[in-house]
Write a protein that binds this ligand. Structure first.
Ligand code: CTP
Ligand code: MG
Length: 227
């Protein structure tokens, strides 16, 4: 096995407000995490590291085993940290020897298809750079200062970043080892450490379930095309 995917699922889901950690909330009869794992096991073979809240590690392992079928030996679980970045670091500490490409994926991007994951791995292997899926920004964007509109932003030079984000394992390890700040995603952390990152075409199914409206959207998608 030369590839690993770290699924970060240790957040509390404050903005969703479902009363339990977000990754364990149901979309249908399956949780966000379980849906995410389905996509991961549709992709090419990889070590699958699920980063879970302390009191949900057993449940995370059970869901991963269920999704893995006869590939249980690929599954590892580990307890996450206070921030997403600490949770990724916890996952990184469990990557097997021999793995040279590592992907980091949000459990909250639960509907990402397996082929999106495969395309990120392929981009890292082809370029040797980090690779992230992005979508064009569709809104008209304004630069504002308090209530005053001070200018326009050319959206053609902007893109919305998704996960999974893929990197060479040595690059990600070093970037995490030297980082002393919080970054909004792994690509920002890797770029701050001086490494290039390429953008590839994202997926409409790669949106992040953050608010109740996002969960409703995911429920509608799953109900229209049951899995
Ligand atoms: N995450 C994590 N560990 C943390 C914080 C976040 O593993 N300490 C994970 C979440 O489980 C999620 C992903 O990082 O899959 C993206 O984070 P976000 O959507 O912000 O999830 P939460 O932090 O759980 O939600 P909120 O910010 O609304 O509390
Ligand atoms: Mg959060």
């Amino acid at each position: 096995i030369d590839t690993a995917i770290i699924i970060v699922a240790a957040g509390s889901g404050t903005r969703l407000g479902a009363g339990e950690p977000k990754a364990f909330v149901g979309i249908d009869h399956h949780s966000l995490l379980r849906h995410c794992l389905r996509g991961v096991f549709e992709a090419g073979p990889a070590q699958v590291i699920v980063v879970a809240p302390q009191d949900r590690a057993g449940e995370a392992l059970a869901q991963a085993y269920e999704a893995a079928g006869d590939r249980r030996e690929l599954v590892t679980t580990v307890v996450g940290g206070e921030t997403r970045q600490l949770s990724v670091a916890a996952g990184l500490s469990r990557v097997w020897p021999g793995v040279d490409v590592v992907l980091v994926h949000d459990a909250a991007r639960s509907l990402v298809p397996g082929d999106m994951i495969d395309r990120v791995v392929a981009a890292v292997r082809e370029t040797g750079h980090g690779a992230i899926p992005v979508l064009p920004v569709v809104d008209t964007l304004k630069r504002v200062d308090e209530n005053r509109v001070v200018g326009v932003v050319d959206r053609s030079e902007l893109a919305a970043a998704q996960t999974p984000q893929g990197f060479r394992r040595d690059v990600l390890d070093t970037a995490y080892a030297v980082s002393r700040e919080e970054y909004t995603d792994d690509a920002a952390l890797v770029q701050a450490a001086g490494h290039p990152v390429v953008a590839i075409e994202g997926s409409a199914r790669g949106f992040k379930i953050t608010t109740p409206a996002d969960l409703l959207r995911a429920r509608r998608i799953v109900a229209d095309a049951p899995v």
